[in-house]
Design a protein around this ligand. Structure first.
Ligand SMILES: [Zn+2]
Length: 350
């Protein structure tokens, strides 16, 4: 697992823990202004088995359905094999690990107990947002523009979602520029139940190594984002924070499905305050479907069959999450049931 904050945060965490040493490890402690709880105690109190690895630097917590792996000083937790960004790094305290209460509330509890975050209404309308368009080309590699492939993916995804029984609206269906605030505004105005923004990534360095999808959802209040811009902790609450747990669940299920069904590298569920995420009043996610700068993955992105598989993976992620957080659907006769199947082919261009 990656440890993006290992170096810089370590000294501050140790110093803060020394200052909080009057508290025994079985109690909550304040570390760099955040309430932290002992991970093992919280896990056992919530029915998880807990054991330590690497001399206490790694803790594995499991129940019947979920396996969580926490690493000291890391801002990522592994959830059934998929990385999820936390708001604050896991802290070490005399051989035990502590997790921020914010992360318990906004990430760990929703992932462990999704049925406690059920919506009152089923998802019927999904707003798809193909990134960029018109003069805003997005990422460029040679003569290829991101805007072309986000639209192609959105049109494919629209068709598949409609076959699965959803109403679909698009923020753009042609090569036109749409201002960022207008995108979530359309979803809000049309009463969408889920907002899905579609993008492809690029990196200026490590082009041969950096690959794989990642999925963003809104950053919890008080936390720094994990995207390149990393908007700070003092940004304040947004409309999207009211439904942040369900957004995380959709982001997690879509990311897991993308990695599994595309046999792709996992770049994890991330947090950002992108305009299209922070103004949406319904659960909202932003999918980065892979890297246009990677020599192999880019060829897949430009291939219609691969984008079809990617769209299928996103549909499966949405349907999986729908089952977890939506009230049951009215029964349909078997002949009317929508079906979504992943084709087994992995014969992508290399
Ligand atoms: Zn983009």
């Amino acid at each position: 697992m990656t440890k993006p904050f290992a170096g810089l945060k370590k000294f501050a965490l140790l110093l803060a823990l020394c200052l909080a040493s009057c508290l025994s490890p079985t109690h909550a402690a304040f570390i760099i202004g955040q309430s932290y709880v002992p991970l093992a105690d919280w896990a056992r109190a919530n029915g998880l088995k807990c054991f330590c690895l690497k001399r206490g630097d790694e803790v594995v917590a499991t129940n019947r359905t979920t396996r969580l792996i926490f690493d000291k000083d890391s801002r990522m937790v592994e959830v059934n094999g998929t990385d999820v960004a936390l708001s604050f790094p896991v802290a070490g305290d005399h051989g035990a690990l502590r997790v921020a209460q914010t992360d318990i509330n906004t990430a760990i509890r929703p992932l462990l107990f999704p049925s406690r975050f059920t919506d009152t209404k089923r998802i019927t309308t999904i707003c798809l947002d193909p990134g960029h368009g018109g003069k805003d080309t997005g990422n460029h590699t040679f003569w290829r523009s991101e805007k072309t492939y986000t639209l192609a993916l959105a049109l494919e995804l629209r068709d598949q979602l409609q076959k699965a029984g959803f109403n679909v609206i698009l923020t753009r269906s042609k090569d036109t520029k749409v201002e960022l605030p207008d995108r979530p505004a359309l979803a809000n105005r049309r009463g969408a139940d889920l907002f899905v923004s579609l993008h492809f990534n690029a990196t200026p360095t490590g082009k041969n190594e950096v690959e794989g999808p990642q999925t963003y959802c809104i950053t919890p209040v008080g936390a720094s984002s994990t995207d390149a811009q990393g908007e700070g902790a003092n940004f304040g609450a947004t409309a999207a924070n009211r439904v942040e747990q369900r957004s995380l669940l959709f982001a997690y299920q879509v990311q897991k499905s993308l990695v599994r069904n595309l046999s792709a590298k996992d770049r994890g569920v991330r947090r950002a305050r992108y305009w299209v995420l922070r103004d949406a009043t319904m659960p909202a996610i932003l999918v980065e479907g892979g890297y246009m700068t990677h020599p192999v993955e880019s060829k897949k992105i430009y291939n219609a069959a691969y984008r079809r598989q990617m769209a299928q993976a996103i549909v499966i992620g949405i349907l999986t999450c729908q089952k977890l957080v939506s009230p049951p659907a009215p029964a349909l006769p078997p002949a009317n049931r929508p079906a979504v199947r992943i084709q087994p082919s992995t014969n992508w261009p290399k």
